[in-house]
Design a protein around this ligand. Structure first.
Ligand SMILES: [Zn+2]
Length: 415
């Protein structure tokens, strides 16, 4: 495998893709507009053009902004099972993705990397960066995010296609490629054209640290809790008024502070009140519940009911109702039922000389949604770090390790 070829190509592609502003819009995505922003179509069109130039004639972007492509199998391997690779076109809302100016630090010496506007990336507090001495580090100039989430993944998949089409002697089965819009808004899989997808397994290429494979994510529910009080003239409210605002406030105070996003990590779940609205007569609170374990999630849902009942008792005459909505499920259970998907990925990483580690995702991904739809989809590292922020960075060596792993993945699926 020609390492310098892969390095140069993945870098060139990455720099080309981050130059296009693809920040998605929660507001527009929530209103059903997909893709939520024009830039995602621009990037999608560029990718289609490049894929067609590489000989993938059966490639297009659909009306919702999904880029679909098929890389045909090597001659004689047409009947091997196909697998899919997926990355997302958009970048996060937390930091601008416009006019990204990449800075490249060659042979990183382990010192603080200074960006504009007082931002810096400090290896003393960023152990992943501290481990990258001698590597090539790519950052933004500090005024925007970098866009490694997820253009490092896109660049990796595109470099894989380039490499396989230029080196037809490498034996591989059929590969499907999906670049999806609006992942960061939670709508990435809303309109995925499942009927056009034939692979029984996918991999999202949307992770971070080199070697990290993610097969577990939260189970996620939300509870909409509505408090109905009794209105009265404030001057004569004694013994009559039941204040819905006070009910909502008491409910939020009852949630366990030691089980919040601010106080938990790793495998710990949480309650998070994320929205509150209302006035004296009615008020509502939306609580997000997260847990890796489904039976623990059941307990959390029951505890919300217990808190609600306690508020009713505390405010006689007031009413509390709780509506539960499932958001997504931990993909682990379904991935465990298709162990070959993970085994092939681990074998590919090993063949690429990459040591793997497993870590849980404290969130959901397009992969967890795809897994729920019946297509087991673990997540592969990209070499990007500090996603969704101005101090986002990527290691070119780690990105190259991603491409090498993808090439080996193509080979092991063709065996
Ligand atoms: Zn991402």
């Amino acid at each position: 495998m020609n390492e310098s070829f892969l390095r140069q190509h993945v870098l060139d592609r990455f720099l080309r893709y981050i130059a296009i502003d693809t920040q998605s819009s929660h507001e527009r995505a929530d209103a059903g507009i997909q893709p939520s922003t024009e830039g995602q179509i621009e990037l999608g069109n560029l990718l289609v053009t490049e894929l067609i130039q590489m000989g993938l004639t059966n490639t297009k972007i659909d009306e919702n902004g999904y880029v679909l492509a098929h890389l045909p199998a090597s001659t004689g391997l047409e009947n091997k099972p196909s697998f899919g690779l997926c990355s997302h076109l958009d970048t996060a809302a937390e930091a601008s993705g416009k006019n990204v100016k990449a800075q490249i630090v060659d042979k990183y010496d382990g010192s603080v990397i200074h960006l504009s506007e007082g931002h810096s990336i400090d290896p003393a507090t960023d152990s992943a960066l501290a481990a990258c001495v001698g590597e090539t580090i790519i950052t933004s100039d500090g005024t925007t995010l970098l866009g490694a989430d997820n253009k490092a993944g896109i660049a990796g998949i595109m470099t894989l296609v380039h490499y396989l089409t230029e080196n037809p002697e490498i034996q591989h089965g059929p590969i499907e490629i999906v670049f999806s819009p609006d992942e960061e808004t939670g709508h990435g899989m809303d309109r995925i054209p499942l009927e056009k997808i034939t692979s029984k397994a996918f991999y999202t290429v949307d992770g971070g640290q080199v070697g990290e494979i993610e097969t577990e994510c939260f189970n996620a529910w939300k509870c909409d809790v509505v408090f109905t009080g009794i209105a009265a003239h404030l001057g004569t409210a004694r013994g009559k008024m039941v204040n819905a605002v006070s009910m909502a406030a008491s409910f939020v105070s009852a949630l366990p502070a030691r089980e919040s996003p601010e106080t938990t990590s790793g495998y710990e779940g949480y309650f998070c009140p994320l929205e509150i609205n209302g006035s004296g007569e009615t008020a509502s609170v939306t609580v997000y519940l997260r847990d890796f374990d489904l039976s623990e999630m059941e307990k959390k849902l029951d505890r919300v009911d217990v808190f609600a009942t306690a508020i009713e008792a505390q405010f006689p005459g007031g009413k509390v109702s709780v509506t539960r909505t499932k958001q997504y499920l931990n993909m682990k259970e379904k991935l465990d039922r298709a162990p070959h998907v993970l085994e092939l990925l681990k074998r590919a990483a090993k063949n690429a000389g990459v040591a793997t580690s497993m870590s849980p995702i404290r969130g959901g991904t397009d992969g967890s949604r795809l897994t729920e739809m019946g297509i087991p989809t673990p997540n592969i590292f990209t070499g990007g770090h500090n996603f969704h922020s101005r101090i986002e960075w990527a290691s070119l060596e780690q990105m190259t390790a991603m491409v090498k792993t993808l090439i080996e993945l193509a080979k092991v699926w063709g065996e």
